[in-house]
Ligand binder design. Structure first.
Ligand SMILES: Nc1ncnc2c1ncn2[C@@H]1O[C@H](COP(=O)(O)OP(=O)(O)OP(=O)(O)O)[C@@H](O)[C@H]1O
Length: 370
């Protein structure tokens, strides 16, 4: 089942929420809608579900225009933020409700409910009524109900929002497997970039009434369309430093701590312009003094996190740089140190517009931007 949106426009009174949104989702694909609160993610799901109507544009499901098709006739499963559980039924009956309606046999029903309940870690509360469930459990019950129905199209609105960090981590690993088994076409809303990267075959980044960028998690992380998107993905956040590229001995360079960093090929057009250099904390590496191209810095603090160690360092002009390295790997905890930049991962943005500057290839063409 495919979904295709063409130039969708939606306003509430005078407030424009979506201004010309187009996207398509393939059969079996999980597309994540990611963006800040109020970006219009829920509104987009509700439009696809048919609960509200767009002012303009078209919604196609599997090649059929949904204009005038009632929500219940669209064959779409949903789990929305407000749970919408039946209060008089226990969690089991809630999850089983779409199967009951389809007159599934008791044993198939039991098996399906048990499987999703186990996966979502609510198998111990199946006999609880909604009022006896925590918000996180209610949310997982609603998600379990949507999954148990095994619809070909599934719209999931931030289904792990109220779930604690540890469980979310586990779900990020488990959910893609289940969705793959079901071969469902999924649109999944989240505000958590790690969830977006773990679950999405592609991610659509929404803000300012539309989709700012759509691409694979790798595209978005390594080739963000602009500074705003670069900042939304990654923890610690990407380092952003004002620079003016110059011509160096072997191509274009930018200066940090009075040391030239050689950029990858293709940035000649940026020479002398005001740019912002984007360096992911993991694209910086501590190296011994005297390593060619290394930048001198002063290490201020070191913070051990679970799987990585994050170091705050200052350049000669007291600009802050965050460096991240795998936990347990050696690195300085204070004082003078030297950093080598992975030039292939260094990004340049136009300082005025914030747009990423794509390097031109040797034949003068720009790289493909998603
Ligand atoms: N029925 C409505 N009437 C008026 N305004 C609405 C209505 N539904 C949504 N909006 C507005 O549309 C905008 C987008 O809302 P939406 O719920 O889609 O955001 P979101 O991206 O899903 O945010 P969150 O991540 O917080 O759920 C908001 O400014 C909201 O106030």
């Amino acid at each position: 089942m495919t979904i295709s949106l063409k130039n969708i426009e939606k306003s509430f009174k005078t407030d424009t929420v979506l201004d010309g949104v187009s996207l398509s989702v393939d059969t079996g694909e999980t597309l994540v809608l990611f963006g800040p609160s109020g970006a219009g993610k829920t509104v987009l799901l509700r439009l696809i579900a048919g609960v509200i109507e767009p002012e303009a544009g078209e919604i196609w499901v599997n090649g059929v225009n949904m204009d005038g098709v009632e929500p219940e006739d669209r064959g779409i499963g949903m789990a929305f933020q407000n749970f919408a559980l039946f209060p008089h039924m226990d969690a089991f009956a809630n999850i089983a409700s779409p199967l009951t309606a389809r007159r599934q046999s008791k044993s198939v029903m039991r098996q399906t409910v048990d499987q999703v309940a186990k996966l979502l870690k609510i198998d111990h509360v199946l006999h609880h009524k909604p009022k006896e469930l925590s918000n996180g459990q209610k949310q997982r019950t609603a998600l379990a109900r949507a999954l148990a129905a095994q619809p070909s199209i599934l719209l999931l609105d931030d289904p792990l929002r109220n779930v604690d960090a540890k469980l979310r981590f586990e779900m990020r690993l488990e959910l893609p497997r289940l969705l793959k088994d079901q071969n469902a076409t999924v649109i999944y809303v989240t505000q958590d970039y790690k969830e977006a990267m773990a679950l999405g075959h592609r991610i659509a980044v929404m803000s300012n009434h539309g989709i700012q960028q759509i691409g694979t998690p790798e595209d978005i992380y390594l080739r963000p369309a602009n500074i705003e998107i670069a900042r939304l993905f990654g923890d610690p956040v990407i380092n952003l430093l004002s620079v003016r590229p110059e011509r160096g001995a072997n191509g274009v360079v930018v200066n940090l701590s009075d040391t030239p960093i050689e950029m990858a090929a293709g940035f000649e057009a940026t020479i002398g312009t005001d740019c912002v250099l984007g360096l992911r904390p993991e694209a910086l590496h501590f190296v011994p003094e005297g390593t060619p191209g290394a930048i001198p810095v002063e290490v201020e603090t070191e913070t051990p996190l679970n799987e990585k160690t994050v170091t705050l360092a200052l350049t000669a002009r007291k600009r802050e740089i965050m460096v991240s390295r795998p936990a347990g790997s050696p690195g300085p905890s204070r004082g003078r140190a030297y950093l080598l930049v992975d030039a292939g991962q260094a990004l340049l943005f136009d300082r005025e517009s914030g747009a990423r500057i794509a390097p031109s290839t040797h034949n003068g063409l720009q790289e493909d931007v998603a």
